[in-house]
Design a protein around this ligand. Structure first.
Ligand SMILES: NC(=O)N[C@@H](CC(=O)O)C(=O)O
Ligand SMILES: [Zn+2]
Ligand SMILES: [Zn+2]
Length: 368
């Protein structure tokens, strides 16, 4: 752990604390496609080296050739971006396939051999944004899970049940208790990442499993709870799925994220939706955080006095899980305020409102 402490001493409050860490990776991000990439790719590339790019495009990224083509579009946007050359060199988008009712064992084999498909994503049909093509019958995909287990290709899971009678705040727990439990029993060696966990129940489940079961945690689920979403008026920019839960769950997530346990690592779930589609009578689910994610995570870790645990969570544990080296480049975060922009230009004439728009964050990225 490299921690350039520079702690504010009793006598010298002029030196801000700072922390230098191996450059982080984002193990769960939505970059979207086409025009959106002009905004999302430079933001991601300025903070992260590797990024696991979610496949919930319209239509979804279903096979290796879709993934290769999508990666090319991302790289093209990267080359055209107005950012420093070093970020263009270091950004490494990694692809995922969207598991559907028609995914085959041959698709898995091709993906595993491709070198660019890093994982397969399971969306229960109807669970979240762009999940209509998700899986409707999980047990019908057993041969695919078998093949993934054999090839060591991780399954990334949006872990919520979709039954209309299940309360939205209970959907993750229900998924953990039923679907996830039976999946790990049937496929004991399958590498699984329970994505964007939001409950103590999901954290406990991950803790109870072997090394091959891990979880990503978003900045919003560390910093906020459902009061932030609902008290004093509904705040659409805090709305994502799985939905923010009670404060007790937020506390458990903070505990596990800052515990130094390598099963828990960074995945922003940065999920852009144009401002007008969130500030809407039927607002879209997803928080946009790519541009401010590192200051947000630093704020969360520092809030519990654990800034020294950030490097493991942000830069080491995810790489270890995916069997990749830790990045050699470094980044410095400093305890100096930054102002979050009100919005970014997005697509044709549209805007994108980030999480914490217009607010001041206590941590920022140090630019040298
Ligand atoms: N998290 C979200 O609320 N939305 C994501 C989808 C997802 O990750 O579930 C999106 O694509 O917008
Ligand atoms: Zn999801
Ligand atoms: Zn997501």
């Amino acid at each position: 752990m490299t921690l350039n402490t520079a702690l504010n001493s009793e006598t010298d409050h002029s030196t801000p604390r700072q922390i230098t860490l191996a450059r982080p990776d984002d193990w769960h991000i939505h970059l979207r496609d086409a025009e959106s990439l002009k905004t999302t790719v430079p933001h991601a590339a300025q903070s992260f080296n590797r990024a696991i790019c979610m496949p919930n495009l319209v239509p979804p990224v279903k096979n290796t050739s879709d993934a290769l083509a999508y990666r090319e579009r991302i790289l093209q946007a990267l080359q055209q971006a107005d950012i420093e050359e070093r970020y263009k060199q270091s950004f490494d988008p990694r692809m995922t396939l969207y598991l559907t009712d028609t995914t085959t064992v041959a698709d898995i084999q091709e993906a595993a051999e491709s070198g660019i498909v890093q994982a397969v994503k399971l969306y229960p049909a109807g669970a979240t944004t762009n999940s209509v093509d998700g899986v409707t019958n999980l047990s019908a995909r057993n041969d695919v899970f078998e093949a993934m287990q054999k090839h060591g290709l991780p399954l990334l899971i949006h872990g919520e049940v979709t039954d209309s009678h299940v309360d939205i705040f209970d959907r993750e727990k229900q998924f953990v208790d039923t679907t996830l439990n039976s999946l790990v029993t049937q496929f004991p060696e399958l590498k699984i990442v329970v994505e964007h966990i939001t409950t103590g129940d999901a954290a406990d489940f991950v803790l109870s499993q072997g090394e091959h079961v891990a979880a990503t945690i978003t900045p919003q689920h560390l910093l906020f709870n459902r009061n932030h979403l609902l008290v004093g008026g509904v705040k659409p920019h805090f709305y994502c799925l799985p939905i923010l839960k009670r404060q007790q769950h937020q506390q458990v997530l903070l505990d596990v994220a800052t515990s130094g346990n390598p099963k828990f690592f960074l995945g922003t779930d940065s999920a852009p939706h144009a401002t007008h589609t969130k500030e809407n009578a039927c607002g879209c689910a997803g928080c946009y955080s790519a541009s401010i994610a590192l200051p947000l995570y630093a704020t969360a870790f520092d809030s519990v006095g654990k800034i020294d645990r950030l490097e493991g969570f942000a830069s080491q544990f995810g790489a270890q899980f995916y069997g990749l080296p830790v990045n050699e480049e470094r980044i410095t975060l400093v305890n100096e305020p930054m102002q979050v922009p009100d919005s970014y230009a997005y697509m044709d004439q549209k805007t994108l409102t980030p999480l914490m728009a217009g607010e001041t964050l206590p941590w920022s990225i140090k630019h040298d």
